[in-house]
Ligand binder design. Structure first.
Ligand code: NAP
Length: 264
C-alpha cells in the first residue's frame, strides 16, 4: 500500500509540540499541505520550521489561534480556508485529586478537550461533505476507556470524544467523509519524559528510566516502552488516506497494547 496525500490540505490543532507536531510532520511526509497551530505565533512558526527541517519539500502554514474559544476558532477558519483533513489533537491534562476538581475546572476541560473539536468539526464537516471527501480524526486516549483516578476530568473528556466521533460519523453517512477517534497510549513527549523522571528519579539514563517506569507504572503495556509520537502520526496518515475509506465511526488504538481488552 502506497499512501499519497498530495493535493490534500490538513489542519492539526495544538501542533506546536508533542504528538501534534509529529502528526503534522508525518502528514507532510506523505505529501499533504499542513497547517500547524498553537496559541503563540513564534512557537507555532518554529513548529512549521521544524516540519520543513524534517521534510524539506513540505508546504506548511503556521496559524496561531486559541482554539479554546469560539473567536479563536473563527479567526483560524478565516486564515486557513477549506480543509480535506482535520485532526483534533488539542488536549490538556494534569493530575488533580478528583474531589478537588471544581465546576470551573470541569468546564475548562470540556471547553478545551471537547468543545474545541466539536467547533472545528461543525466548521469543516459541511464543506467536506459537499465535496465528497474528508477525514476527521479526534485524538483520544487510553484514558477514554480506563478512567485514570489522578485525572478523572481528563478521562471523561476523552470518553466524550469517542461519542462525539460516532455522532458526527453518523452525520456524514454516505458522503465519502470519515470520522474516527485515535486512542493514543503512553507516549514519549517532553512532558511525559519529565513525568517519568519524577516517578523513577531523573539521575538514570533514559533507557533505564523508561524501562523501570513501564515495569512499575505501566505493566499492562505490551510493547513495554513509550510510544514514539511518529507512531501515532502513522495511524493518522493511514486514516487520512483514500485507502481507509471503509473505516469510520470507530475508535482505533495506537496504545502499545496498553488497554487490556480485545475490543475494539
Ligand atoms: N502525551 C501522551 O502520553 C498522550 C497519551 C494519550 C493521548 N494524548 C493526547 O494527545 C494529544 C496531544 O498531547 P501532547 O502530550 O502532545 O500535548 P502537549 O505536549 O501538551 O501539547 C499541546 C499542544 O497544544 C497547544 N495548545 C494548548 N492549548 C491550546 C489552545 N487553547 N489552543 C491552541 N493550541 C493549544 C500547545 O501549544 P501552546 O501551549 O503553544 O498553545 C501544544 O502545541 C492530546 O489530545 C492528549 O490528550 C497524549
Amino acid at each position: 500500500m502506497r499512501i499519497d496525500l498530495m493535493g490534500r490540505r490538513a489542519l492539526v490543532s495544538g501542533s506546536s509540540q508533542g504528538i501534534g507536531l509529529a502528526i503534522a510532520t508525518e502528514l507532510a511526509r506523505a505529501g499533504a499541505t499542513v497547517v500547524v497551530n498553537g496559541r503563540a505565533q513564534e512557537k507555532t512558526e518554529a513548529a512549521a520550521a521544524a516540519v520543513r527541517a524534517e521534510v524539506p519539500e513540505a508546504e506548511v502554514q503556521a496559524v496561531a489561534a486559541d482554539l479554546a474559544s469560539a473567536d479563536g476558532a473563527a479567526s483560524l477558519k478565516e486564515e486557513v480556508g477549506d480543509l480535506d483533513i482535520l485532526v483534533n489533537n488539542l488536549g490538556i491534562f494534569e493530575s488533580r485529586p478528583v474531589l478537588e476538581i471544581d465546576d470551573d475546572e470541569w468546564r475548562r476541560y470540556f471547553e478545551v478537550n471537547v468543545l474545541s473539536a466539536v467547533r472545528l468539526i461543525r466548521m469543516y464537516l459541511p464543506g467536506m461533505m459537499e465535496r465528497g471527501f474528508g477525514r476527521v480524526m479526534n485524538i483520544a486516549s487510553d484514558s477514554a476507556v480506563v478512567t485514570p483516578l489522578e485525572m478523572v476530568h481528563y478521562g471523561v473528556t476523552k470518553t466524550a470524544l469517542l461519542a462525539v466521533t460516532r455522532g458526527y460519523a453518523k452525520a456524514a453517512a454516505g458522503t465519502g467523509v470519515t470520522v474516527n477517534s485515535v486512542m493514543a497510549g503512553p507516549t514519549h513527549t517532553p512532558g511525559v519524559e519529565d513525568f517519568v523522571g519524577e516517578l523513577v528519579g531523573d539521575d538514570k539514563p533514559w533507557d533505564e528510566a523508561q524501562s523501570q517506569f513501564m515495569k512499575e507504572h505501566r505493566p499492562y503495556s505490551l510493547i513495554q516502552r513509550l510510544i514514539e509520537p511518529a507512531e501515532i502520526g502513522n495511524l493518522v496518515v493511514y486514516l487520512s488516506s483514500t485507502q481507509a475509506s471503509a473505516t469510520t465511526g470507530g475508535a482505533l488504538r495506537v496504545d502499545g497494547g496498553y488497554i487490556d481488552s480485545i475490543l475494539p
